[in-house]
Each structure stands twice: as C-alpha cells, then as structure tokens.
Design a protein around this ligand. Structure first.
Ligand code: GUN
Ligand code: ZN
Length: 337
C-alpha cells in the first residue's frame, strides 16, 4: 500500500497509481482527524469520494503517532492525548473514538488503537504496551458494529519473543478478520526484525491477512513475505522518490548525481512506468537539479511501480516454487549500488 497519509499519495493522481499496479492505499486517522477533520471528510462523501480513489483504503489508527510524536502526547489506559503538531490544539483518541473516526472516514480496513513503543524501550515498557494494546483491541472490537469495515488487531511486543507470543495469543481469540504486526522498523536491526517475524507470524492465522506495518526496504518486503507477511505500507518509495533516490532492478540510484547528466538510457530498462518509458536519466536528473516538480512526481511513481513489480514477481516465484532463489537473486542484484 502506497502511503496517502493526508488523503493523497503526494504528487500522484489515483489513476496514475492504478496504472502502475496499486491495489490499496493507506491513510491516517490522526492526521485526517486534525485536518480537515473526520466530520468534514464524512460530509464531503467519505474518504473514497474525497480523494477520488474507488479502490480499497486502510486507515491506521493513530497508534504509530504514539511513537513518532512521543514529545507531543500523553498516554494512559483510557486514552492518548495529542498536542497537534500543526497548531498545538488537543486531539484525544480513546479506542472507541479511534474507531468512530475511522467509521466517519469510511475506509475498508481500519485498525485498532495501539501503543507502539520504541525499539530501545525497557522490557517493562514493552510489556505495558502489550497489556494496553490488548485491552484496547477488546474495546475497539466492542465499538465496531459495521460489517462493511474490516477491523484488524495489532500485535506489539518489541523484539521480545515471549511478549510477541503473548500479544498474538491474546488477539487471535478476538477473531479479527486480519492481523497487523506493529512496533517494528522503530530502530531495531533488520536481523532482529526478521527474528521477531519468525516468532510472530506462526501465532497468527495463515488464512487471514497478516500486515507488517511501516516496512520497509525492498529487501525487507521479500524477507518478510517469505516469513508469512501479506500486506505492507511504507513511505519509502514516495519519500525516497521525492528526495531523488530511485529503487531499480540493479539497486538504488541517486538521481542528482552528475554522472547521469548526459545519460540517454532509461532509469530502469526493466520498468514500464512513465519515468522509464518516456524519459532518459539525463532528463530525470535535470528535473531534480532545476527543482522542477516533475522530478519528485516521476520518481515517486517509478518507485511505487518498482515495489509493486517486486511483489508481483515474488508472487509468481512462490507459485512456481522458486521463492528462495528469487530472494537470492534480488539481494545480489540490489547490493550493487
Ligand atoms: N505503523 C508502523 N508501526 C506501527 C505500529 O506499531 N502501530 C500502528 N498503529 N501503526 C504503525
Ligand atoms: Zn520506472
């Protein structure tokens, strides 16, 4: 899922996303509740109509902002109170309120309110976050009454095996239609993240979607799919694209580099996106050096196309029973730059 936090995947039209293979988008409860407000979105026809995307949308609950806005919030068992990063106003999220906002937004998949602690948090804080996240999952489940929105539970537990198992084992009896794994990619190493997935996905039902939140690099997606993950969101393709870094079949390319100035080759000959079929590297570099907005637009679109193609190729490799060799080929090819 490309990330459309504020109801837009920055710089891209929905039909452009559709054309490069996007199936589902992510948006965010905290950000949309602050601006323009969930009531406003509801009044203007709901998030699908508002942003003109008729495919599936998943809204995150605000639980990640417990981590990312650590200096601007207070948390207890009742609620998280945020001080708006925009104007300092107060936004209170209770488990029930997080669900109500997501109902007003009208997403297809909605998330329980959770507590995402940083990777270096002491084990007591990790255990406390698991306890609170479990409590809130039950309250969210009790609030959610609509059958046209799938509510996912979120597993926490840091990189601690027994906390992860405990978190998963308490959520599974609540019988959510899908499960997310949160609290990763928050400062731990890739090895620690993979080990945690090894301990966690086996505790979640394999016939339901398993969603790894906020991850990650292309190699992280491949490694995680092979550990049972079905669904991802990450700002990486779009944020890196805006910052002139492209993901290609031969590794990362820094588009501002002088070596691209006279290069008439496509960014990635294996890619069928507009950036690669209509323009050469020299033009893409020129867009960034000149500060033209088409640069970030084209590279965001290219990176999203690259992520989708990687996942699509991986699906084929899995069906053909060659997932392990596919992984080795990817890691070897992406290492080069
Ligand atoms: N996005 C990335 N990590 C997390 C998490 O732990 N919780 C939530 N709600 N969203 C996330
Ligand atoms: Zn491309």
């Amino acid at each position: 899922m490309p990330v459309g936090t504020l109801g837009t995947v920055k710089g891209l039209f929905p039909d452009q996303l559709r054309a490069v293979g996007t199936q589902k988008l992510l948006a965010n409860t905290y950000h949309l509740a602050l601006r323009p407000g969930a009531e406003v979105v509801e009044e203007l026809g709901g998030l699908h109509r508002f942003m003109d995307w008729d495919g599936p949308i998943l809204t995150d609950s605000g639980g990640f902002q417990v981590f990312s806005l650590a200096g601007l919030r207070d948390i207890d068992d009742e609620r998280v109170v945020f001080k708006s990063h925009i104007d300092g106003s107060i936004l209170e999220l209770t488990p029930a309120r997080a669900i109500e906002i997501q109902q007003q937004l009208g997403a297809d998949c909605i998330m329980c309110l959770d507590e995402c602690p940083p990777a270096d948090a002491p084990i007591e804080q990790i255990a406390e976050a698991v306890r609170r996240t479990t409590l809130w999952a039950q309250l969210c489940r009790d609030t959610q009454a609509r059958d046209d929105q799938a509510l996912f539970g979120i597993v926490q537990g840091g990189i601690d095996q027994s906390q992860r198992e405990k978190s998963a084992d308490k959520l599974v009896p609540l019988d959510f239609p899908g499960y997310a794994i949160g609290g990763l990619s928050v400062g731990e190493s890739p090895t620690e993240m993979y080990r945690t997935l090894d301990h966690t996905t086996p505790h979640l039902p394999s016939e339901k979607p398993r969603y790894l939140m906020g991850v990650g690099r292309p190699e992280d997606l491949v490694e995680s799919v092979l550990r049972g993950i079905d669904l991802f969101d990450c700002v990486m393709p779009t944020r890196n694209g805006r910052n002139a870094t492209a993901f290609t079949s031969t590794g990362r390319v820094k588009m501002r580099n002088r070596k691209h100035m006279r290069d008439d080759a496509p960014l990635d000959p294996a890619c069928e996106c507009p950036a690669c079929t209509r323009y050469c590297r020299g033009y893409l570099r020129h867009m960034f050096i000149a500060g033209e907005m088409l640069g970030p637009i084209l590279l965001s679109l290219h990176n999203i196309a690259f992520y989708h193609r990687t996942m699509s190729d991986l699906r084929v490799a899995i069906l053909e029973g060659r997932a392990d060799s596919f992984r080795s080929e990817c890691l070897a090819a992406w290492e080069s730059e």
